[in-house]
Unconditional design. Sequence first.
Length: 326
Amino acid sequence: LYALRRMLEPFVMALFLLIMVDGVARLLGARVPGFPKQAALPVAIGAIVLVFALTIWITADNAHALALQAPTYTAHINSLLSNGAQRLGLNVTPTLADLIEKLNPSRFAGVLAEAVSQFAEAAVFVLIYLGFLVASRQGFAAKTSQLFGSAEDRAEAQRVFFRVRRGVEQYIWVQTLVGILITALSAVLMTLTGLSHIPFWCLIIFMANYIPAVGAAIGVLFPALFGLVEVDGVTRAIVLLVGLEAIHFLVSHVVQPRMQGKSLNVDPIVVLLALAFWSAVWGVTGAFLSTPLTVLAMAILAEFKGTRPLAVLLSGDGRPDADMAG
């Protein structure tokens, strides 16, 4: 998995997006009266591509604006450092330029450039893989009939596939609704405290929510830390930090458990271990996909006598092959 990560990461991400596209297409066909069945898939693909394009546009636009305001932020940081040095009784007042010189960011320039290059390359391959997967999905049914000779085996394979798809779709649905709620409440708080670039910070908070357990908590830290640089006075920045973390805590520990219920049937400690494992193997991509990959692994392990005990350990209630809530 680690040695082939450059090839497997975009492919698995494309599979993940294919499940999302298929889910959106089926939702359009089932919930929108009179919606043409032939148009459901193209519209779903267009919606996913539009979300990607909007994400790239918001990121690029706000990055340019932040770069233009860099001198103002530098002066504010120097003022904060000066006040901090006076309160601590330091004889020498540090500046941002001094800190940058000591940190020597040029050491990390190569690493950052390589990471950006790999991200761009992976994004291109994800779209290519997604296109070929969409084109080849028509032959899945024929391949299934050849892979599984008997009707009983085909029914069993179909049951496992539907269980995995239901679990992944339920996870995406819950994380999306929770992310929208956290993002909306955070946007209100950021507006009240006078923070700028709110669409950019909302995007970060929303996307980070797809990383289980810790994503949303980390996501709300970025606008809070930026508040120290932008808003006047430390008090407002502290209010922003405490408020954002309180929003995340309430939604994640009160609202989300009621929405999710037992739909995933994955032990909470397994969610954390899976996050650590897949993050170590595939980095940020692994963090985003850790829970869906765990659902997939549990469903497959439950089908074989030798590996079923592992599936039982991964499950939340000891019944890894029980039907999930729709």
